[in-house]
Design a protein around this ligand. Structure first.
Ligand SMILES: Nc1ncnc2c1ncn2[C@@H]1O[C@H](COP(=O)(O)OP(=O)(O)OP(=O)(O)O)[C@@H](O)[C@H]1O
Ligand SMILES: [Mg+2]
Length: 461
């Protein structure tokens, strides 16, 4: 088997020599350089399996070398050697993707074990990455800031550190949370999501922490809370700012102690859960207003992620639009559908208050409504962007004008509704799922109305 090749970076001559000799004696090929610049030059020319760099050097530091190497080759493991190993440097190095940290002084045995483990992990990780790529939820982006977030999240996915994802509604916070889970070693363990905004305050506590039989009136069975259900896996606390102060205190305790107290229970239960919290409100303001605990914020915000809104991700608008056109085009069985130049320009200048979710809905609706393979601006129905004339044209094009005439020029709301349903069904070839989406009602409601109005269809579902 080919020997693994290690690049050693250290400004101290005797340390360089000692590292080279020791690793060579363990069966590795080595090359040693004395500073970061030289290291990157050599790294560009030759293939290495691992980089071992000193942290404190004149000029480029170990972290600079780590960044440079990761830019050139994101998968190469980098080990940092330091005599100044503080927790902060370790966290910083981890976020930047360091595989390990060795603190001086160390023995040859320590060095050999760490290098061997890192190289082994790297091999299994490559295998896992291939697997994860196939199963990871599709996050479509070409925005450098989002790409950097994904890189960072992959690097810290294996740790247990809490992550706080902040971003406007519809920016993809939940998607990022799943991304972390799927890139972590917990990927085959539970992934549990709690939407703190959707569960009434008085129920959230028992949902999260569970209860014992008889804990309160109506507790006829023991119930496991989300923390216990997520044990060994990941727990997403969606809209965490919606938790009341009492629950925030309990949550803080769970994070600190890694154990939960069921309501009515008499002993804490140990849990091993990676917490990811999301919020679309500005937590600093909530802390100031005393509606969110500062200490909880710091516990959750170990790895802070701020996902930019879509309007600030210029390259992403049309890139994502293309992706959704393809997706919904395929679903509706149409040929390739594209945006007209005007529609593309309109999308690029739109402010997307609902972010990617809104873009997804806009494209889905446009694909359903358009006749040909081109989407023109009126089918986009952008909030506040279509001028009255365009809206009118699109409405009159879409409304069932043929049906809107009645004997005396007057029609009831029911007649209008029936006519609209007929026309929509005709437009989507009788497909009720699509028609319901266009009309903004559930398929069941559409069914009921079809029965009620005795609508005859031109196609089938
Ligand atoms: N980069 C992306 N690529 C593909 N789809 C995306 C992307 N970002 C978001 N989406 C899609 O947009 C929708 C909203 O995403 P998600 O639910 O993750 O947003 P969110 O930030 O959690 O929103 P909210 O704050 O409203 O809960 C989903 O359908 C998701 O699949
Ligand atoms: Mg969400």
């Amino acid at each position: 088997m080919k020997k693994k090749n290690i690049l050693i970076v250290d400004d101290d001559h005797s340390m360089r020599f000692a590292l080279s000799e020791s690793l060579a004696s363990c069966g590795y090929e080595t090359e040693a350089v004395e500073n970061g610049c030289e290291a990157l030059l050599v790294f560009k020319k030759k293939k290495f399996d691992l980089v071992l760099t000193d942290m404190r050097m004149p000029g480029m530091t170990g972290i600079d070398v780590l960044r440079g190497v990761k830019k050139l080759s994101p998968c190469i493991p980098v080990i940092l050697v330091t005599a100044y190993g503080t927790v902060n440097t370790a966290v910083e190095a981890m976020k930047e993707g360091a595989a390990e940290f060795i603190m001086k002084p160390f023995s040859l045995d320590d060095l050999e074990t760490i290098v061997k483990n890192v190289l082994n992990n790297c091999e299994t990780e490559t295998a896992h990455k291939q697997e994860a790529l196939q199963t990871s939820p599709g996050i479509i982006t070409r925005d450098p800031r989002v790409i950097a977030i994904l890189d960072m999240l992959r690097n810290i996915a294996k740790s247990k550190s809490s992550i706080l994802i902040q971003g406007e509604s519809g920016t993809g916070k939940e998607l990022l949370s799943r991304y972390v889970h799927q890139h972590s070693n917990r990927r085959n363990n539970p992934y549990v999501a709690v939407n703190c905004a959707a569960i009434p305050h008085n129920l959230l506590e028992s949902e999260m922490f569970g209860y014992e039989k008889g804990a309160f009136t109506g507790a006829s069975q023991k119930k496991l809370g989300k923390f216990e259900l997520a044990n060994t896996g990941t727990l997403l606390l969606d809209e965490v700012s919606e938790m009341d102060m009492h629950l925030q205190a309990k949550l803080l305790r769970v994070i600190q102690e890694s154990e939960v107290d069921r309501l009515g229970g008499n002993a804490p239960i140990p849990v091993d859960v990676r917490i990811i919290a999301t919020t679309n409100t500005y937590l600093a303001a909530a802390i100031e207003n005393k509606t969110f605990r500062g200490d909880l914020f710091y516990r959750l915000n170990v790895i802070p992620v701020k996902i930019p809104p879509l309007r600030e991700r210029n390259g992403d608008i049309l890139f994502l639009a293309d992706y959704f056109l393809d997706k919904f085009g395929k679903e509706s069985g149409a040929k390739k559908i594209v945006l007209s130049d005007k529609a593309a320009a309109l999308l690029k200048s739109y402010h997307f208050p609902g972010n990617v979710r809104e873009l997804e809905n806009i494209i889905e609706r446009a694909v359903l409504m358009t006749h040909g393979n081109h989407i023109s601006p009126e089918y986009l129905c952008l909030e506040g962007q279509n001028d009255i004339e365009t809206v009118h044209r699109s409405m009159s094009d879409f409304l069932p004008s043929s049906h809107l005439t009645s004997v005396n020029g007057i029609m009831t709301l029911k007649d209008a509704e029936k006519a609209l349903i007929c026309d929509t069904l005709n437009r989507v070839d009788g497909n009720k799922t699509k028609a319901a989406k266009v009309l903004g009602i559930s398929v069941r409601t559409l069914w009921n109305k079809v029965q009620e109005y005795n609508v005859t269809e031109s196609g089938s579902d």
